[in-house]
Design a protein around this ligand. Structure first.
Ligand code: C5P
Length: 206
């Protein structure tokens, strides 16, 4: 059983993926962490995330075990991630690892941007989780305020729109709903409502 969850930044797909994995007893992989880890390693080495050769090297030697979501959170790392994610050879280097994870028993929930379209086109369930940019920025802003109480809403909104644009317009594996994905718009749903709607969609497909 593979559940593919895609969607834009701060759509709530990560929280949803984690809860679905727990509920259905499946493994969970937040694939954004892989791109974030590559972006983070480049930044730590003082290298430009757009440096293709360096980014590919980082992707090829990435140890996917024990990535720390906390250490990889934050918009600067997210921004670097979306730059490296537009490099086709970086995506290729991370593909096998994601597929192996997906096909390891008892199955998995993977969340990202291209799971239903590229990584696991054969997934039993595909969800595309989305919400208006303002709603997503409002949710992200609440989180960011805990780290920096001076964070401006407008900055968060601009960051999200910039990342959406880059993720949707890149040539390889752009952010897009698979043709056979169920679209879950969480603009007017809280986390609990989104979870219940998703469980119903998964049970329908089982
Ligand atoms: O989901 P998250 O914000 O952690 O992802 C960071 C960046 O990684 C995204 O903006 C996107 O550019 C990239 N990404 C991707 N494909 C995935 C997951 C993430 O291109 N499957």
């Amino acid at each position: 059983m593979i559940i593919a969850i895609d969607g834009p930044a701060a759509s709530g797909k990560g929280t949803l993926a984690r809860r679905l994995a727990r509920h259905f007893g499946l493994n969970h992989l937040d694939t954004g962490l892989l791109y974030r880890a590559v972006g983070q390693r480049l930044r730590a080495a003082g290298l430009d995330p757009a440096d293709e050769a360096a980014a590919v090297r980082m992707a090829e030697t990435l140890d996917p075990t024990g990535l720390d979501p906390e250490a990889l959170s934050g918009s600067a790392v997210g921004e670097a991630a979306s730059v490296v994610a537009a490099i086709p050879a970086v995506r290729a280097a991370l593909l096998d690892l994601q597929r192996r994870f997906a096909h390891t028993p008892p199955g998995a929930v993977l969340d990202g941007r291209d799971i239903g379209t590229v990584v696991c086109p054969d997934a039993e369930v595909k969800l595309f989780v989305t919400a208006s940019a303002e709603t997503r920025a409002r949710r992200r802003h609440v989180d960011d305020l805990r780290i920096d109480p001076a964070t401006a809403f407008e900055t968060v909104l601009a960051d999200i729109q910039k990342r959406d644009d880059r993720d949707s317009s890149r040539e390889v594996a752009p952010l897009a709903a698979a043709e056979d994905a169920a679209v879950l718009d969480t603009t007017d749903l809280d986390a609990e409502g989104a979870f219940r709607a998703a469980v119903a969609l998964v049970e329908e497909a089982m």
